[in-house]
Write a protein that binds this ligand. Structure first.
Ligand SMILES: [Zn+2]
Length: 136
C-alpha cells in the first residue's frame, strides 16, 4: 500500500483531525445482543479463550497466552476476546475493564496489550478510553 500510494494528500494535522472526527461520529450498533438473547452481563465468562479447545481462561505468561488444558500457546488470543467485548458489552474499553475482562493481574500488561494493538485512544491518562476498532 505504501509503495502504491507514495504521495501524501492530507497533512498530518488534517489526518489527525479527520481520525478524531471519525472516532467521534462512530455510532455503536444499537442492537443490544445481551438484551436480545436475555443474557445477563454477569453470565459472560471472563478471560481469553483457547482457540484449540475453547477453554476459558488462558493464562498469560511471558508475553504469551497458555492454555492449561491443551497447552496451546498464542500471542494474540486476546484479540478475539476484545472483539467479543466490543460486540457484547461496548466498543470502548478502559485499561481497568480490559484487565478484568482479559483476566490479567497486572495493569501494566493489559495497558501494553491495548497500546500495542494500536486502538485509537481518547481521554487523559487517568480516564483513557480505547476504541475497539479492528482492521481484520
Ligand atoms: Zn486449549
Amino acid at each position: 500500500m505504501e509503495d502504491k500510494y507514495e504521495k501524501n494528500i492530507l497533512t498530518k494535522n488534517r489526518l489527525d483531525k479527520l481520525s478524531k472526527q471519525l472516532i467521534n461520529s462512530n455510532t455503536p450498533s444499537s442492537i443490544n445482543l445481551l438484551q436480545k438473547y436475555k443474557v445477563s452481563k454477569s453470565h459472560i465468562l471472563k478471560g481469553v479463550h483457547c482457540s484449540n479447545c475453547s477453554h476459558i481462561p488462558m493464562q498469560r505468561k511471558r508475553g504469551k497466552w497458555n492454555c492449561p488444558i491443551c497447552e496451546q500457546q498464542s500471542t494474540d488470543a486476546h484479540i478475539a476476546t476484545l472483539k467479543d467485548y466490543a460486540l457484547l458489552i461496548e466498543p470502548i474499553i478502559t485499561n481497568q475493564k480490559a484487565r478484568v475482562f482479559l483476566q490479567i493481574e497486572s495493569p501494566t500488561v493489559s495497558n501494553r496489550i491495548l497500546t500495542s494493538e494500536g486502538f485509537p485512544a481518547s481521554g487523559g491518562n487517568k480516564d483513557r478510553k480505547y476504541h475497539l476498532i479492528f482492521n481484520k
